[in-house]
Design a protein around this ligand. Sequence first.
Ligand SMILES: [Zn+2]
Length: 224
Amino acid sequence: MDRLWTAAAGAGRLAEDLLGLVFPPRSEEGPLREHLPPFCRRCSAPGALLCPRCRESPPPFLWARASYRYSGAVKEAVLGLKYKRQIDRVPWLADLLETGFRTYAASIRWDALVPVPLHPVRERSRGFNQAEEIARVLGNRQGIPVRKALRRIRPTSAQAGLPGIERARNLAGAFQPQRNFDPVGKHLLLIDDVITTGATARECAARLWENGAGTVCVLTVARS
Ligand SMILES: [Zn+2]
């Protein structure tokens, strides 16, 4: 999968570079919308400098950032990848992720990119973990190893549609550190496709943080 996707990503980028000169990216769903400030400096929720949620309960990550808004062509691509197995969306989504990486994360020497894990049962039925796929393309381009530092030990009911507090409850204890990865002192960048309330990011970051990680930040393709 790795090598295949590195090659495909390379080819996709070349094609995109060439096409990009002629056809700017377009979508019937509307233009790409970058996720720009003002947003919470910790979790990047739109609005205040520090959102109410982060003020009441500081997150276990230093910051979470997203490249784009979860709308239009971005949403279409994320949903296509996750639910229609359109794995050819990976290189483009990785491009979007890389935009955010360059803006927010390029100044830090990351020890690893850590994809938010799926429960093994879901990963088997989907055939892949979308967060891991986009992380691998970014990791290859930026020369950063991808490490599966976490595992999901409990399947969780679908998060979409649950209010914030329910999401947090739904996720409590869902993740465990992977036994073969030592996070002590490491600068880790969690990668996911979409961040919504940040409940998943909080759970994952907490497990890394309490096991000794030096820095934990979060980067996603989109924020909904
Ligand atoms: Zn916040």
